[in-house]
Design a protein around this ligand. Structure first.
Ligand code: AHR
Length: 496
């Protein structure tokens, strides 16, 4: 039997643009994210690279049109002193990466390496500055080093290090998780700290100004948002971050591939909670910023499981199954639908860490199901949101229920409408009918990401087990679109 879902789509459109920055990524100095994942060293003769960065990873990320990349942490950011990572590589100090596995960090991948990589990727860098163990001066210096053209001590130092022109970094995070690894502060204390940093970064050396992002709450800590909004003048802040991972129990996160349906359901409940979190944090922000000037920046999200057996527990290396495709597809739909407030988001993390889009093993590389969802959804970047009214079937397990179908729609600059749909139900296909108001279409095509088992994943031996295929189970009659969407699958339709 099928679940029944009906949708009304307002194809006239809205004045809401889905910022491409919702499709952002995050790369921390953690495990094999930077070293081995992105960067294999200038002297590597086994793996093709540009200035030490893997060519296969660059090509894969370019194909995603990644709009921004957050670096160097995470928790690592509040231990990072950026001056350790500039100048001749053989003279850079080494440090111990205390948060992630206690390994030696030799600082061979630093500010120039990262910002030059962003230029190659044609993506906006998002630098997370050190508040926890850094200083206002250190942060000011970093802004000056990256953005000031000339005439300052830091622009001079940059030029001495071989880079004439500034990189013009717009996005700046002021600390990371100050309620935890970023200093164990309370909201009031952090808000004061934030104001001090934001004041002295304000110069920015950038036309239009820099975009300063305050470290936001974990999950449902609405008080954190309230305190920041109340205490920080809107003139000192452009965004507030939010972190939420789809974890059911931090002490027993469960395996990444051999999970059962109960664990799947639990993960999805946590992932879908994002809808409520975004709405309630936005409501708090609305009280102080009714014109929605300040963006909600969900700069860490995704699934987090136990590491793969035999790997360093501090490296957070996990596999990526159709469960992760469900998290990605549903979460991105939630962000699209709330793009009036959600202006940026960063999946954690790009390569070899948590819900990665890319996994590497020496010279081998694979694209995960999450990668394919991001690739299918890139059509929504900077498109106009089309509002939907959804009456979804339910996904019930025991006494618990979840909404089964998660969807969003947009129209791009070329006039093509895209509808992305996720059926998170583990066993039931959905019959979905979409009533189109305010436009008519002649052409319909679609793609689907699915697999036989929810636990399926791409391996280095079989990297293309899960890839998008043409979707044929949709019919357009007049203004009604009818489709059948299999269990745990992601579909993106194009209408012209
Ligand atoms: O993404 C891994 C870690 O999760 C980040 O370093 C930290 O900000 C969060 O707790």
């Amino acid at each position: 039997s099928y679940g029944q879902t009906s949708i009304i789509m307002d194809a006239k459109g809205s004045d809401q643009q889905i910022s491409r920055h919702i499709y952002g990524h995050f790369a921390e100095h953690l495990g094999r994210s930077i070293y081995g994942g992105f960067y294999v060293g200038e002297d590597n003769t086994k793996i093709p690279h540009v200035n030490g960065v893997r060519k296969d990873v660059i090509a894969a990320l370019k194909n995603l049109n990644i709009p921004n990349l957050r670096w160097p942490g995470g928790c690592f950011a509040d231990t990072y002193h950026w001056k350790d990572g500039i100048g001749p590589k053989d003279q850079r100090p080494t440090i111990v990466n205390t948060w992630w596995g206690g390994v030696t960090e030799n600082n061979s991948f630093g500010t120039h390496d990262f910002l030059n990589l962003c230029e190659v990727l044609e993506t906006e860098p998002y630098l997370a500055g050190n508040v926890g163990s850094g200083s206002v001066q250190e942060m000011m210096d970093w802004v000056q080093y990256t953005n000031s053209k000339e005439g300052n001590p830091m622009s001079k130092l940059r030029q001495e290090n071989g880079r004439a022109e500034p990189w013009q970094v717009k996005y700046w995070g002021i600390g990371n998780e100050p309620w935890g690894c970023g200093g164990n502060m309370d909201a009031e204390f952090y808000a004061n700290f934030y104001k001090q940093y934001a004041t002295y970064m304000a110069e920015g050396y950038l036309e239009g100004g820099i975009y300063r992002i305050a470290s936001g709450p974990a999950g449902d800590d609405y008080n954190w948002t309230e305190v920041l909004m109340k205490k920080i003048p809107l003139s000192l802040m452009e965004g507030i971050a939010l972190h939420h991972y789809a974890v059911t129990d931090w002490d027993a996160k469960g395996p990444s591939t051999t999970f059962d349906e109960k664990q799947y359901f639990g993960t999805m409940r946590q992932a879908l909670l994002m809808n409520e979190l975004v709405e309630k944090h936005s409501a708090v922000m609305d009280k102080y910023d009714p014109e929605k000037k300040i963006g909600l920046v969900v700069d860490e999200w995704g699934g987090w499981y136990e590491v793969e057996p035999g790997t360093n527990p501090g490296f957070l290396y996990q596999q990526n199954t159709m469960r992760d495709a469900m998290i990605a597809g549903a979460t991105l739909n939630i962000f699209n639908n709330h793009s009036d407030r959600v202006r940026m988001a960063n999946l954690a993390q790009t390569v070899n860490v948590l819900q990665a889009v890319i996994l590497t093993d020496e010279e081998k590389m694979l694209l995960t199901p999450t990668y394919h969802v991001m690739e299918m959804y890139k059509v929504h970047q900077d498109a106009t949101l089309l509002p939907l009214q959804v009456k979804s079937a339910e996904y019930q397990l025991g006494d618990d229920k979840l909404q089964a179908v998660w969807t969003s729609a947009s129209r791009n600059k070329q006039g093509v409408t895209h509808i992305s749909l996720v059926n998170v139900h583990a066993s039931k296909a959905q019959e979905i009918s979409i009533d189109i108001k305010g436009a008519s279409y002649k052409k319909l095509s679609g793609r689907i990401l699915r697999s036989r088992n929810l636990q399926d994943y791409n391996t280095f031996e079989n990297p293309n087990l899960i890839t998008p295929k043409a979707f044929k189970d949709a019919k357009l009659r007049g203004n009604t679109l009818s489709l059948k969407v299999p269990p745990f699958s992601v579909v993106v339709l194009a209408l012209e």
